[in-house]
Design a protein around this ligand. Structure first.
Ligand SMILES: O=C(O)CCC(=O)C(=O)O
Length: 264
């Protein structure tokens, strides 16, 4: 299954330019044979949090129409990164996922808000419905950026059957070492593919890519550079079962000795 990681240059507050750029990359992904395409976090507005009242997508309508039409037209599954949305005077960091017939498979609001970048002052956290969906015969889950620091949350998607975890992010360069290690750990501990797409920088911000595709044994299959780019990676999803058979972590789990602590 060929997956396009679209490491897009998101322009701060420039919604029209960002939509045009996302469309350009999605069309290119389909033309180059991708079957799934993944976008980064908050690709409509960037981190223009103070301007959300004028920039956020009202009920996500524009984004949903855009992704539905393109996924159907291009016959491309789209993990739609995330966009800033407005719902009843609250603002959310929302991911929409469409299959290659234009049907919405999932809608997810970022569950953990990142205080270091003031997200909690401007955004409302999602209610925490797990983001598990199927794309064709691929069992998938997806989270947004800071969510990867919460292993229980990714484990939730894995326990619900995800064999690949998509991550859409605007992860700052300052903590890129954390990004790499956390993604690799999430892949190893959940014995699944992790396909993580970060954005790159606009002049006033500092996000330098390093998108990653990691296998269920922890091997790094691709790392992005620090430029706007797209890679199409052939992902051997069948390897997940081999790895899970080799080390039967899921069978060896003992939830009775730790579930309550994790819930605390
Ligand atoms: O956890 C981090 O260091 C970065 C998280 C982040 O930038 C985000 O969630 O937008």
């Amino acid at each position: 299954m060929k997956v396009a990681c679209i490491q897009m240059n998101v322009r701060y507050g420039k919604v029209e330019e960002n939509f045009a750029n996302a469309e350009k990359w999605l069309r290119k992904a389909a033309a180059q044979g991708a079957e799934i395409a993944v976008l980064p976090e908050m690709w409509n507005t960037g981190y223009a949090l103070k301007d959300l009242p004028k920039l956020a997508d009202d009920k996500g309508q524009r984004t949903q129409q855009f992704l539905s039409e393109l996924s159907q037209q291009l016959q491309l599954h789209i993990v739609g990164g995330s966009v800033a949305t407005a719902q009843n005077e609250h603002y959310y960091n929302t991911m929409y996922v469409y299959d290659n017939t234009g049907q919405q498979q999932s809608s997810y609001d970022k569950a953990h808000l990142f205080r270091l970048m003031d997200e909690h002052l401007y955004l409302t956290a999602g209610e925490g419905t797990p983001n598990r969906f199927d794309l064709g015969n691929i069992e998938a889950g997806a989270v947004i950026c800071y969510d990867i620091r919460f292993p229980e949350w990714l484990r939730t998607q894995a326990l619900l059957g995800a064999k690949v975890l998509f991550v859409s992010a605007q992860w700052p360069t300052a903590r890129v070492d954390h990004w790499k290690v956390l993604l690799q750990a999430r892949a190893i501990e959940n014995q699944c593919f992790v396909i993580a797409v970060n954005r790159i920088s606009h002049k006033v911000e500092n996000f330098n890519g390093y998108s990653m595709v990691i296998g269920p044994w922890g091997e790094i299959l691709w790392t992005g550079n620090d430029t706007e780019e797209m890679a199409i990676i052939d992902v051997p999803f069948e390897q997940v079962d081999e790895v899970r058979n080799r080390i039967p972590v899921y069978e060896d789990r003992r939830p009775e000795i730790y579930t309550e602590v994790v819930k605390d």
